[in-house]
Design a binder for this molecule. Sequence first.
Ligand SMILES: [Cu+2]
Length: 497
Amino acid sequence: MASLSTTTTPTTTTTTTTKSLSSTSHNPLWSKPSQLSAFRSNQTRHIAPKISCKVAKSDDQQSQTPKTTNVETSKFDRRNMLIGLGGLYGAATTLSGGSAAIAKPTAPDVTECGLSEADDGHGNNPITLDCCPSGFGQAVDFKLPNPYSEPRKVNIRPAAHLVNNDYIQKYWKALALMKALPDSDPRSFKQQADVHCAYCNGGYHQVGLPDLDYQIHASWLFFPFHRAYLYFYEKILGKLIDDPTFKIPYWNWDHPDGMVMPEFFNIPNSPFFDPIRDQKHLPPTVMDLSYDGPTKEHNLPYNDQIAQNLTIMHRQMITNAKTRVMFLGGPFRSCDDPPSEPGSLEVQPHGTIHNWVGNPQPNTLRWEDMGNFYSAGRDPIFYSHHANVDRTWSIWKTLSHRNRDFKDKDFLNSYFYFYDENAQLVRIYVRDCLDTVKMGYDYQPMDLPWLKSRPTRHGHGHQRGHGHGRGHDHGREKCCCSRNYSHTISQFPKIPR
Ligand SMILES: [Cu+2]
């Protein structure tokens, strides 16, 4: 239930934001959250007060949490507390209105981290893991630099395919130092990787709601969570090399020059290297942003593959991203079942790239590393992949005056916890994650050739000549092909047709 599964081939276009339950009900990524709960640790130390989802609470959860929070780790047994949640997609009504009366921001209860669970997407090869941080301590609230009292320093994340050797050496050293930290250090690479596992594979439940898993995918939390995750990962790296200006590189997969794995990630014996990648997809293999598993390799000619990728980018950034929900994902509030409404970019190419990099069965048991939530953070390329995901959020907001972040307080007041470069536990609110420049970084500018790669009815991007016979990108007015979803492998939520 934790594989990063693939999405549809670029054959459809949609104008609706409604995700079909039928299209995703078999998605192993999100399904059966209650089963995750069944694998909690049985070390009972503390159980937070339970919140009733039927009674509107007083104000938001900030009132429950002081400015500094003494967070004591506790693992507990939820096996007797299951309430028979259906599959994740069995309760999607909570996304659209069921939660309105009790609308509240959601947050993970990090005082009660439990065991996480993963499998191959079909329930096979299950594994139970302890992905919890080694300790908690007292949390402080993240504070953006005050632009009136401090000169704003904005450092630039470079495109990975353009970095020079000096930069690679610097990143090499920083990552090697992070990997050399003891596993017990929350700044260690192991624990940094496990952040993704704990947050995505059932390690946490919602604050005050032991029966409800917390999940940062498939909702409006997807972009801000990963932004904050990378922010602290990067701060730790900078601290280790005594360079607070250090910025991680982004994998510029939306540009033809960046549509291969960045070369330095493939240097053997370097800290960037991960042997558990699909060996057929190492450089110079061109990425397939519509990758749908090893049995469906497209093997297009170079120009066609590039053209198709650009068309996908256009579709996911523009055509399928006309509203906040369409691009950022649907709401996820306290008391909601784990979310099921991912934004366009999260589904594709974010998810497809995860799977394209990961090594599928039979080479691995669960599509490790990049193809499974629990293990994705173990591959250093994950952080550059997500840096570009993060960059697309910033770009999207420049494409139209309508492209704005949610103003909903439940979005803005949701929060996460991370360890900073001093091993200090920090609580960071979504409202502080909306503007990278305010957070002190930006992205090296690059052309956006996909702006002109508008899909056509016949599958041809305008810009790059004709694509390929299989690339049917119907115009938006021609959406609504049959709902024929195949689930031959673990599937990322499909784009509704
Ligand atoms: Cu990801």
